[in-house]
Design a protein around this ligand. Structure first.
Ligand code: ZN
Length: 307
């Protein structure tokens, strides 16, 4: 996507890919020696293992730096407690945990791991992004400056979605095996993080990725997961679907034509889950795909393989 790279003012090559990079490294190490030995030289591991099966030191695998809008996947001894700042995080049975870096995060992220008397503190340097300004005109006025009744319904929709997102923070880490792929092939018509000016009025940043495609085009699940919400006719989002990928990571798909799954369904990466539409506030048929860590929106383009 040359246009995207040009418009953001930086090249993707300069950016680390915390999820995509850390994953293959971890898998390679796991395949070779089992992850608990990740942190030792093989000799030290063997010596300690003989001394006591539970005596390995606490270790924390994290990238040294990440960008605003990144999803960071770390690994730790699963018996540890772990915090990002003052927020306690869920750790999967395999020791994975996830941190969402907000679009406007200014300070570095401090991660603390604790197991018994052992503690490790690590700082992840957060790199600033340059965000686009997108002007969108011709939207129906009632969706840009809604009347009080419509505004009440929008708030209700948003609360419903936020409640769903925070209801499965400790789900199993379903996304870890396969990672994520694009849910749809098509022209990128809106990128994450852009400052939107709707009908001339500045609004909140765009919290996802827009992919334009003809109405009815099949959308596949970008990762393994469980369907947590299917809702029709939300005011701005139209027909809306949420898939839980585990550890608080979720995808939201909005403006759908048809939803082809139901709440509670287990979906695999690549399964058809819905069709492109233009329900809700939309100027044409497209998919809005949002990825969240808890309630923090992260950049979907940074978790899929580069094209
Ligand atoms: Zn969008």
């Amino acid at each position: 996507m040359a246009a995207y790279v040009h418009l953001t003012g930086s090249t993707d090559l300069e950016k680390p890919m915390p999820f995509n990079v850390i994953k293959p490294v971890l898998l390679a190490l796991e395949n070779r020696m089992g992850w608990r030995y990740l942190i030792f030289t093989p000799v030290a591991a063997v010596v300690l293992h003989i001394a006591s099966a539970s005596a390995w030191a606490l270790e924390l695998t994290l990238p040294e730096r990440a960008f605003q809008g990144d999803m960071i996947v770390g690994k730790v001894d699963p018996a540890s407690d772990i915090w990002s700042g003052s927020k306690a995080l869920s750790v999967s049975r395999d020791g994975y945990f996830v941190i969402g870096v907000p679009r406007d995060q200014k300070s570095d992220v401090v991660v603390l791991a604790k197991k018994g008397d052992e503690r490790i503190k690590r700082t992840i340097r957060i790199m600033a992004q340059k965000w686009l300004i997108e002007r969108i005109n011709g939207l129906p006025e009632k969706t840009v400056s809604p009347d009080p009744e419509t505004l009440r319904r929008i708030k209700e929709d948003n609360l419903r979605v936020a409640t769903v997102r925070t209801s499965f923070l400790s789900s199993p880490a379903l996304f870890v095996d396969k990672g994520f792929v694009m849910p749809l092939k098509g022209r990128i018509s809106g990128v994450f993080g852009s400052q939107r000016v709707l009908n001339g009025e500045p609004r909140s940043p765009h919290p996802g990725l827009d992919i334009a495609a003809p109405g009815g085009t099949p959308i596949v699940s970008p990762g393994d997961g469980i369907v947590r919400l299917t809702a029709n006719e939300m005011v701005l989002m139209g027909n809306t679907l949420i898939v839980d990928h585990g550890l608080g990571v979720s995808s939201i798909f909005i403006h759908l034509n048809r939803i082809l799954v139901k709440e509670g369904d287990i979906v695999s990466q690549g399964d058809v889950i819905a069709q492109v539409g233009q329900t809700g506030r939309s100027t044409g048929p497209h998919l809005h795909w949002g990825v969240y860590v808890g309630t923090i929106a992260v950049d979907p383009q940074r978790i899929v393989p580069r094209r």
